[in-house]
Design a binder for this molecule. Structure first.
Ligand SMILES: Cc1cc2nc3c(=O)[nH]c(=O)nc-3n(C[C@H](O)[C@H](O)[C@H](O)COP(=O)(O)OP(=O)(O)OC[C@H]3O[C@@H](n4cnc5c(N)ncnc54)[C@H](O)[C@@H]3O)c2cc1C
Length: 492
């Protein structure tokens, strides 16, 4: 499939195969662009359906926004780390179950904190005093009340608005839900967690999108991948033709073939391509499409929101913090609040992961790694003044890394959720996959995985219909899910 001859003559030759010649000589070919969960799932499915597949990945590693780092001597996920929806309906459950990978469940269904229950935590004021648990529970209930009222506001208004605007309407109507003093700060902490879920600030999150999000949750709660996500992607990628360090810069589509150019000028040709690069990369227009993508597709690319969430993992020589699942600092605005995930609880390793989102995450991205790690450590010192310095740290930069340019998508204010579907719909022989093409489970690993399978199936049908070879090939999906192995979950 690789062509060093960049002239159209070579591309033309590929197109000149007649149907008869193709049937005798080669199977249909596909180029998959992007080696995250979506791209690898698409490549796996098409490879298993006897397509010739080449996967082009810009980084020197697979996984994309799944990035299990081993430099502490054990796995730490710097991108995704939870399986959202610990249940057999989760499209990734059969594979995770078969690999025997343990999960540590941090919340059950419908928690007001999404991936946490208020079961094992310690929240502190900025002066280092712990917030009484009863106050946290009471404010949690008030927050639930605010969300219920916000849901009503959503039903009453046909026009969309930001979640912050909806909250102000709620407070005007129900002044009893307003909180004062320390309770106000605790409420800001709840808001900070909501913003973390969307990787965006309250004034950019759509009320409609927020309301829709509860419908996108699979049952079973949220389970941390104790050994990291890496073994899952490695298993999916086994035996595939993967070219790391291949940054795609141009995609040319003609009536029956595609030509893909990478940064150093090399070109690849195939019958079709699956575009599984992040929304942020599409927004930045760093890949040139020829001819230009249709207007409706460009609108979807610009209309969807892309947020920022980062992780700063601090590795200590020993545990000096309370034995809880998470620690938090409450403050007068959600921007100043903070949240640390205690990995020790789930994995036994002395690591705290500080996770800023939205504007705060973007501001921290402007710092050097050392300054960012110091910043996180200072937040910790506010609550545990005797904290010893970390022995190692890791800092993610999902918002500025040119391979992601954002953490995950969200519904922007005033834009329809249909934008996700528009981003998925194929254009000629280009098929689109990735978390931001998932109407059902955007912003998640299992969502990205399912869109990869969907794109592979669409591609298989389209290409084989074109060549009249539909009967010769087996369905792309199916066998993987036939054997069901139960998931290994701790903290039931
Ligand atoms: C900090 C953070 C925490 C998260 N936590 C969770 C979680 O706990 N659970 C969960 O389910 N989800 C979580 N997510 C979301 C989840 O990681 C993503 O939704 C999912 O991994 C996206 O997969 P993808 O295949 O769509 O994109 P990606 O994984 O980003 O894959 C796209 C690939 O395309 C490559 N690429 C980019 N440009 C080019 C180019 N020009 N040419 C070739 N290749 C290119 C990239 O290098 C990348 O490998 C989190 C994300 C972040 C950032």
């Amino acid at each position: 499939m690789e062509s060093r001859d960049q002239s159209n003559r070579q591309l033309g030759r590929a197109y000149c195969y007649s149907n008869v010649e193709r049937r005798q000589s080669v199977s249909p070919s596909v180029i998959v662009i992007g080696g995250g969960f979506a791209g690898v799932a698409a490549a796996r499915a098409l490879h298993d359906a006897a397509f010739q597949v080449v996967l082009l990945e810009s980084r020197d590693r697979l996984g994309g926004r799944v990035d299990t780092n081993y430099s502490f001597g054990f796995p730490v996920d710097m991108g995704a780390s939870w399986l959202h929806g610990v249940c057999k309906e989760n499209p990734l459950a059969p594979l995770i179950g078969r690999l025997g990978l343990p999960l540590y469940r941090t919340s059950g269904d419908n928690s007001v904190l999404y991936d946490h229950d208020l079961e094992s935590y310690a929240l502190f004021n900025t002066d280092g005093n712990q917030v009484p648990q009863e106050l946290v529970t009471n404010v949690g209930e008030a927050f639930e009340g605010i969300l219920k009222e916000a849901h009503k506001v959503r039903q009453e208004h046909s026009e969309d608005m930001s979640i912050r605007q909806a909250f102000s309407i709620v407070f005007e109507r129900r002044p009893d839900l307003r909180q004062e003093g320390l309770a106000h700060n605790v409420l800001q902490w709840y808001l900070c967690r909501l913003e973390g879920w969307f990787a965006a600030d309250a004034d950019t999150i759509s009320l409609k999108g927020w309301d829709q999000a509860s419908e996108e949750l699979l049952p079973g709660g949220h389970g941390l991948m104790v050994r990291g996500y890496r073994p899952v992607i490695n298993t999916l990628a086994k035996g595939l033709d993967i070219r790391l360090g291949h940054r795609v810069t141009k995609i040319v589509r003609r009536f029956n073939g595609v030509k893909v150019t990478v940064e150093d000028g090399r070109t690849f040709i195939a019958d079709a391509a699956v575009v599984a690069v992040p929304l942020g990369v599409l927004k930045a227009k760093s890949i040139k499409f020829e001819p230009r993508l249709p207007e409706w597709k460009e609108e979807a690319i610009s209309g969807l929101g892309i947020g920022t969430e980062n992780k700063i993992a601090l590795h200590f020589d020993k545990v000096f913090w309370p034995n809880v699942e998470f620690l938090g600092v409450v403050a007068s605005s959600s921007y100043e609040c903070s949240y640390f995930l205690n990995l020790h609880k789930a994995t036994g390793h002395p690591v705290l992961v500080y996770m800023p989102a939205g504007l705060l995450a973007q501001d921290i991205e402007k710092m050097s790694d050392e300054a960012a790690a110091n910043f996180a450590f200072l937040q910790l010192k506010k609550i545990l003044p005797d904290a010893s310095k970390p022995i190692q740290y890791l800092v993610s930069h999902w918002g500025t890394d040119i391979n992601s340019l954002g953490s995950y998508s969200y519904d922007a204010v005033g834009k329809s959720h249909e934008m996700y579907e528009r981003l998925r719909i194929p254009v000629d022989n280009l098929f689109f996959a990735g978390e931001a093409t998932s109407m059902s489970y955007p912003g998640s690993v299992h969502g990205a995985f399912s869109t990869g399978l969907m794109a592979a199936e669409d591609c298989r049908m389209r290409v084989l219909e074109r060549y009249g070879e539909l009967d010769l090939f087996h369905p792309v999906m199916g066998e993987e899910t036939s054997v069901s192995v139960p998931l290994l979950i701790s903290r039931m």
